[in-house]
Design a protein around this ligand. Structure first.
Ligand code: HEM
Length: 257
């Protein structure tokens, strides 16, 4: 089963469990209705993927993966409830509101399931799991680590902190080239990369930050909105480079400015 998670190779089974569980301690999946995300950027570049569940595409209407629900009963807090939930409940597959198979807690004797506050609006909602989450307790090796983390929050917190650092730092360049005030020290568990001195002058990120703030502030003060639009659509510029013919003159002029 660990072979399923090929995208996270170069990490141990224990690290994979910590990483997935730590990620899914927070947030929720988004798929409030079966009607999907709506027109893609190629079909509607001004308002891509608006969500067809109310059409604002935001909050309750957000549609991304098509699954729906949080993994824990307080998805804005760090804890090890994800691990406990996997072990403490019996889970059953069902089709969620977005039309995709996901997992919910089998009713206990009183007929109630654990609930979480809704991300938007009042009230509560069922917690859920994805098939890949359930796989963590089906596999005997991964299950050992789920058990460890469910009973020892400190060990989970440390394992997650280390593998998160590994995920975000390894293979992306020598430590000596990291810039900014929030750089954690190099860690013994990451790849030991060579550390040649940077060639030439490095970027002054505080200046970049200052310029961006000024641009956004100017934009808010009433010019034609071009800067804000550029920032909002900059991800489309990356696509424009690879598939230019699919985009209008408007996007191409923004991206080539
Ligand atoms: C087997 C591996 C994983 C699978 C299959 C998976 C799948 C998903 C899916 C389908 C969603 C819902 C997206 C949406 O509907 O908007 C999601 C959300 C999320 N995932 Fe994962 N994920 C995996 C691993 C991870 C890892 C390693 C992290 C971070 C360390 C992570 C962090 C999150 C977070 C924070 C959310 C919630 C986002 C939100 O609240 O909008 N996931 N994941």
């Amino acid at each position: 089963m660990p072979q399923i998670f090929i995208f996270i190779k170069q990490r141990t089974d224990r690290e994979n469990v910590a990483l997935i569980g730590g990620g899914h301690t927070f947030g929720k999946t988004h798929g409030a209705c079966p009607d999907g995300a709506g027109p893609s950027p190629a079909e509607n570049e001004d308002n891509p993927y608006p969500g067809m569940c109310g059409a604002t595409g935001k909050g309750v209407d957000a549609f991304t993966s098509g699954f729906e629900g949080p993994w824990t009963s307080h998805p804005t807090m760090w804890d090890n409830e994800y691990m406990k939930n996997l072990l403490d409940y019996e889970w059953e597959a069902r089709v969620g509101p977005g039309g995709k198979h996901q997992w919910r807690v089998v009713n206990n004797e009183g007929g109630s399931r654990p609930r979480a506050p809704k991300a938007h609006g009042n009230g509560t909602t069922d917690i859920m799991m994805l098939t890949t989450d359930i796989a963590l307790v089906m596999d005997p090796i991964y299950r050992t680590y789920v058990k460890e983390f469910a009973t020892d929050i400190d060990s989970f917190s440390k394992a997650f902190a280390e593998v998160w650092y590994k995920l975000t730092s390894r293979d992306i360049g020598p430590y000596g080239r990291c810039a900014g005030q929030d750089i954690p020290p190099p860690q013994p568990f990451q790849n030991q990369l060579p550390d040649p001195a940077p060639e030439g002058k490095t970027i002054d990120w505080s200046l970049v930050e200052e310029v961006l703030h000024d641009l956004i502030a100017t934009d808010h003060d009433g010019n034609d909105g071009t800067v804000g639009e550029f920032l909002r659509l900059s991800w489309q510029c990356a696509r424009y480079v690879s598939v230019p013919r699919r985009f209008s003159h408007k996007i191409s002029s923004l991206c080539t400015r």
